[in-house]
Design a protein around this ligand. Structure first.
Ligand code: PLP
Length: 369
């Protein structure tokens, strides 16, 4: 007799959806370490010097109890000024930050319009919160406007939740137009900049960088910044509301102060000449891949293969050829759109990508046949 867990695992296995953990090996075409900061000597030096100067290794409690350290506040001040906001608040993960935002800021009198491809952390936050969540067709401005018109009278506040660069499709949101719509209907735009931070926008400040600051942005710190955590940037009122009422912030141990030191160093690196060069190098790689594969020219290139088994089969063939690329399957992406998620980084050489495409092409032709 199989227990409930065994049955569930067997069902996943039968569908070709059983996930398991594997270590990194082969050419990195899968991580979100877009700028190669994760092993950068400057981050290592910052860690060593913080340890030598006796930084606490753990925070020891929630930020509102004994877990608040100067390193957290120092990072938050630096990040607010870097991204151009009144204040910022640092969470242990981006998931926690999104969950906090969407369970805290909206009430049962409010509506949250969210893009159909938005990240699970936003969806889960909306689901656990009290506001009405309304899914809107991906990047469809008419659909956003229709929804704004429909809910403007009934809702006290309307929030619009989008990613600036979508994590599994690699396309950009039409942010200036969404911002205009938010203004027109007195809504608040919340932009998850997870995959844009460090890479896109003037100075790597994200795609929303050129918009006025009456919006909320989330900058995850475990992707291009190479460390971990999530920074919410917003007005002082919003940050104080999160500090006072966001349960994931209040009832959770603060991230290690060392982590905050490293994130600040990563932001400095984004700001530096080297950061600019790495960003420019990545943009060139993105353009070259766009010429070959089409798409929007971001560092995330979806190679849609359709059936789960086919995606897993192609990923495993490429892994055998020493390319670390993974199959992404439902529920992370919609049914029938299992894919390889090619993730580009600033250290990739043209020859390596040429070899990768040479290995990939026969599988694409197989599919076309
Ligand atoms: C768009 C988006 N938002 C939020 C997150 C969560 O961030 P973190 O990995 O820091 O928890 C991710 C991570 O995959 C993401 O892709």
């Amino acid at each position: 007799m199989m227990n409930q867990f065994q049955k569930q695992l067997k069902q996943l296995e039968d569908k070709g959806r059983l996930r398991c953990l594997s270590s990194e090996s082969g050419v990195d075409l899968t991580s979100n370490d877009y700028l190669g900061f994760r092993n950068h000597p400057k981050l290592r030096d910052a860690a060593l010097s913080a340890i030598e100067s006796g930084i606490d290794l753990g925070s020891g409690g929630s930020r509102l109890l004994r877990g608040n350290h100067p390193a957290h506040e120092d990072l938050e001040e630096f990040a607010a000024s870097f991204f151009g906001y009144e204040r910022s608040l640092y969470f242990a993960t981006g998931f926690q930050a999104n969950y906090a935002l969407f369970t805290t800021l909206s009430t049962r009198h409010d509506v949250v319009l969210y893009d159909s491809l938005i990240h699970a952390s936003v969806k889960d936050g909306i689901h656990a919160g009290h506001a009405k969540g309304v899914k809107v067709a991906h990047n469809d401005l008419n659909a956003y406007e229709d929804a704004l018109k429909r809910f403007r009278d009934e809702a006290q506040q309307i929030f619009i939740a989008v990613e600036s660069l979508y994590s599994m499709d690699g396309d950009f949101a039409p942010l200036p137009e969404l911002y205009e719509l938010a203004q027109k209907y007195d809504a608040t735009l919340i932009v998850d900049e997870a995959h844009a931070t460090g890479v896109w926008g003037e100075g790597g400040k994200g795609c929303a960088e050129s918009l006025p600051r009456n919006l909320i942005t989330l900058h995850t710190c475990g992707k291009a910044l190479g460390v971990a955590g999530g920074l919410v940037c917003a007005s002082g009122d919003i940050i104080d509301t999160l500090i006072n009422t966001a349960r994931p912030f209040i009832y959770s141990t603060a991230p290690p102060p060392l982590q905050a030191v490293l994130v600040k160093e990563a932001l400095r690196l984004v700001q530096s000449e080297e950061g600019k060069e790495r960003r420019e190098r990545l943009h060139i790689i993105c353009n070259n891949v766009k010429l070959q594969m089409g798409g929007e020219g971001s560092q995330i290139v979806p190679i849609i293969l359709g059936e789960d088994e086919h995606a897993v089969f192609v990923a495993s063939a490429l892994q055998k050829a020493d390319f670390d690329i993974r199959a992404i399957r439902p529920p992370t992406v919609p049914e029938g759109s299992a894919r390889l998620r090619l993730s580009l980084n600033a250290d990739l050489e043209k020859e390596t990508l040429d070899q990768f495409f040479a290995h990939l092409t026969p599988y694409l032709q197989d599919k076309a046949a």
